[in-house]
Ligand binder design. Structure first.
Ligand code: GLU
Length: 319
């Protein structure tokens, strides 16, 4: 991901001069936000930080805040974690707007979006094995979707059935202005390659599901961990192909353990302790460089007070 790219074809640059003039450092009065945990395990401190940041930012702007369960990757998600996550968020004082969206119930929406991409000839079938993709990779860089794909099958005309489907990318930069990190840019063809929107195992890819869901919910603002910064240009590319508006993005610093690894199920991050909600919410506020709420009597009261004092720009601009 380049932080300074001039060769841009796409942009959702907000007027940077206006940032910071309203509460929470945010210019959008019709704010719709969301929190989108994946039920691959119980919530850990890093997930709680993302929940707090997205919640406070939305509420500080008088906005809506939706909860979406991202269980599209059925190979990694477990249904028992869904109830646990919802219960934990409730115990920690979060109140969301509308129905909870569950990705596994939205597949017809993803199919519809895929049909549009196919109809517009933006998608092709790929028969490459993992090995072939790695061997032909354009560079040594790995993205969240694997090595940079060389476009081997782009003109091969393979049948769509039973194969992975990739969306065509271009050799131009997609740029956007992150509210915290400033101008960001990525040349998708060179830095990612054509990426998968439907997997060979017939599951829809995260990148497509997120874009369709955010559009369905009318999301205007995405606040999430900087580990997802690398996905944002892919998502903007899909938004443009599907004719969807691009939201504003704010990528918050990632919580790491003593070894410098991102907290996750893979790095054995401990589950948050529902018996210590106020303490852990205060720990989140400290991480996010917000004033602590020492005298709150309940988790909900703590969040209400934190909303009043939320300043997104107080966070350190680190990836
Ligand atoms: N489901 C993703 C995660 O838990 C978050 C996706 C997003 O916020 O766009 O890391």
């Amino acid at each position: 991901m380049n932080t300074d790219t001039d060769n841009s074809t796409a942009t959702n640059m907000p007027n940077m001069d206006k940032l910071g003039t309203q509460q929470g450092g945010h210019p959008n009065p019709r704010y719709v936000g969301r929190y989108a945990p994946s039920p691959t395990g119980p919530l850990h401190f890093g997930s709680l930080v993302a929940a707090v940041a997205s919640y406070l930012d939305a509420r500080a702007c008088g906005g809506l805040w939706h909860l979406r369960i991202e269980d599209i990757d059925e190979t990694r998600c477990k249904p028992e974690h869904i109830d646990d996550i919802i219960q934990t968020l409730h115990t920690f004082g979060f109140r969301w707007d509308g129905e909870i969206v569950v990705q596994s119930k939205q597949k017809s929406h993803y199919q519809q979006a895929l049909q549009k991409l196919i109809g517009d000839q933006q998608v092709y079938a790929c028969v490459c094995s993992r090995r072939e993709i790695a061997d032909s990779a354009v560079s040594n860089t790995r993205t969240m979707d694997g090595p940079v794909y060389a476009g081997t099958c782009r003109r091969a005309g393979h049948p769509f059935e039973h194969n992975a489907l990739r969306v065509i990318t271009h050799n131009t930069a997609i740029t956007f202005a992150d509210r915290l990190l400033g101008k960001q840019g990525q040349n998708l063809e060179q830095e990612v390659g054509d990426f998968v929107v439907k997997r060979r195992d017939q599951l829809f890819a995260y990148q497509l599901a997120v874009v369709v869901d955010d559009h369905d919910l009318g999301v205007t603002d995405i606040v999430r961990g900087a580990d997802l910064l690398d996905s944002t240009a892919r998502q903007i590319h899909l938004q443009q192909l599907l004719g969807f508006a691009t939201p504003l993005y704010l990528h918050i610093p990632v919580v790491v353990n003593n070894e410098g690894q991102k907290l996750s199920k893979q790095t054995l991050a401990p589950a948050i302790n529902s018996g210590q909600a106020i303490k852990q919410l205060n720990d989140c506020l400290r991480f996010l460089r917000q004033p602590r709420q020492e005298n709150a009597e309940s988790a909900q009261q703590l969040l209400d007070r934190a909303v009043q004092q939320w300043q997104a720009t107080a966070m350190t601009a680190t990836k």
